[in-house]
Design a protein around this ligand. Structure first.
Ligand SMILES: Cc1cc2nc3c(=O)[nH]c(=O)nc-3n(C[C@H](O)[C@H](O)[C@H](O)COP(=O)(O)OP(=O)(O)OC[C@H]3O[C@@H](n4cnc5c(N)ncnc54)[C@H](O)[C@@H]3O)c2cc1C
Length: 405
């Protein structure tokens, strides 16, 4: 039976990042990947089209991009610098995302344009000035009354940054910080997010991490450390970090799972032989929580000559509703479908950062840790990676986990 300083169970973005950071910090690490690494960041290649599990964009100024860049990962891709459109009241108009598009947009009147411009430029900084218990709903109502176009626009942009269908009960500061990150730009990754997964796994192996390609079935305290049990293999370690989701964590350590409200969305992932209307590459619906984006216009994702279009319905939607939305802005798209899949009720983030969400700490007990996008505050993969960074900071503070060599 092998022994390591640290065992990590689960190889999504959180577990993989934690494994590489721990190995770089000098710890010996065993990583349980299950049958396949990557979790929700996997990309499937279908008939030559690289389909992420729903639309994925990397926030260039976020902790995930920063950490992976520092680890030397290739994060090449394209910035969606095309025209953004908004759908509102049966019309399509320019979506204001910066000074130029705001000036050209017919969405807002003069007074609301000025108000929106002020909010947009202050968004990231506002996070530090609002009370931690303030909800997005309360803050947004101070800026714009329910039912107004400005209110619909602010809520839709909050959704776009976080995938949260109803942002009202969410902590305003978390949403503002995430929306502020959008100002730092996003990247649609060439080849999809699988490239991040593959590079992290390669890096883990080259740093000496022992990889066990099966599911862990149980974690038990043994003496001063832990034993992790699988069907074929067992291992022991001084510390364990579970990166396999909140429910699996609870099952593995035999504790009740925290009551979390997840962020859910439906995804329609399309590989198309052509895009019927290339002038409409992106539409954010202000009236129904959904959007579409043609990722392959800026990232290498499609079979030659083709395109990858992702449509997202925040919360619950039917396939028909998303297809009707795509058909409205890409009329006749069905004739060009080469690959298509609809995924309902996907967990985008395990813990919506609502004001009433219970805190989920990195440390569960001495020597027992958890990471993932349900841990700490923050959004999406940045929450997952932040928890991995926090874990390593804790391990480095605790001399007991230092590698003897
Ligand atoms: C539709 C959609 C769109 C998204 N868009 C974005 C976006 O634009 N930007 C962004 O930053 N993020 C986005 N995300 C979120 C991002 O994908 C997740 O936050 C991130 O992948 C979560 O990583 P994780 O490691 O916390 O969890 P997971 O990816 O769930 O990883 C958990 C891993 O543990 C493994 N596991 C489970 N049980 C065991 C066991 N017993 N033993 C061993 N392994 C086990 C699982 O197989 C899995 O590989 C999106 C997610 C979805 C679904």
């Amino acid at each position: 039976m092998s022994h390591a300083d640290l065992t990590i169970v689960g190889a999504g973005l959180a577990g993989l990042t934690a494994a590489v950071l721990a190995a770089r910090a000098g710890l010996s690490v065993t990583l349980w990947t299950g049958r396949e690494a990557g979790g929700r960041a996997r990309t499937d290649v279908v008939d030559g089209f690289h389909l992420n599990h729903g639309a994925h964009a990397l926030y260039d100024a976020g902790v995930a991009a920063r950490t992976w860049r520092e680890l030397g990962l290739d994060l090449s891709g394209g910035a969606p610098s095309f025209t953004f459109w908004a759908a509102h009241d049966g019309k399509r108009t320019r979506l204001p995302v910066d000074a130029v598009s705001l000036a050209r947009s017919g969405l807002l009147g003069v007074v609301d344009k000025a108000r929106f411009a002020g909010i947009l430029t202050r968004m990231g900084g506002l996070a530090d000035s609002v009370a931690p218990e303030l909800t997005w709903g309360a803050w947004r109502r101070e800026q714009a009354a329910d039912g107004t176009t400005l209110a619909a626009l602010l809520d839709a942009l909050a959704r776009l940054s976080t995938f949260i269908a109803d942002p009202a009960p969410v902590r305003a500061a978390v949403l503002m910080r995430q929306m502020g990150l959008s100002g730092g730009g996003v990247t649609y990754l060439h080849g999809g997010w699988q490239r991040v997964v593959d590079q992290l796994l390669d890096l883990a192996r080259s740093e000496g991490v022992t990889v066990i390609a099966e599911n862990a079935l149980g974690v038990e305290a043994v003496g001063a450390g832990f034993r992790v049990r699988g069907r074929q293999v067992d291992c022991t370690s001084d510390a364990v970090c579970i990166a396999a989701g909140a429910r699996t964590t609870a099952r593995l350590v035999d504790r009740p799972a925290p009551e979390l409200v997840p962020v859910r969305a439906c995804a329609l992932d399309l590989g198309l032989s052509a895009v019927p209307d290339p002038s409409v590459p992106f539409v954010l619906d202000l009236d129904t929580p959904r959007y579409l984006s043609v990722h392959s216009l800026v990232a290498d994702l499609a079979a030659p000559g083709g395109h990858v279009l992702h449509a997202i319905g925040y919360g619950d939607h039917t396939r028909e509703s998303l297809e009707a939305f795509v058909d409205r802005f890409q009329p006749g798209f069905r004739e060009h479908v080469v690959a298509a899949r609809f995924r309902p009720a996907m967990v985008v983030q395990q813990r919506a950062p609502r004001v009433d969400a219970p805190e989920v700490p990195v440390q569960l007990a001495p020597g027992l840790f958890q990471v993932g996008d349900h841990v700490g505050e923050g959004c999406l993969s940045d929450a997952a990676v932040q928890s991995a960074v926090d874990l390593i900071a804790r391990l480095q503070d605790t001399t007991a986990w230092r590698h003897a060599g």
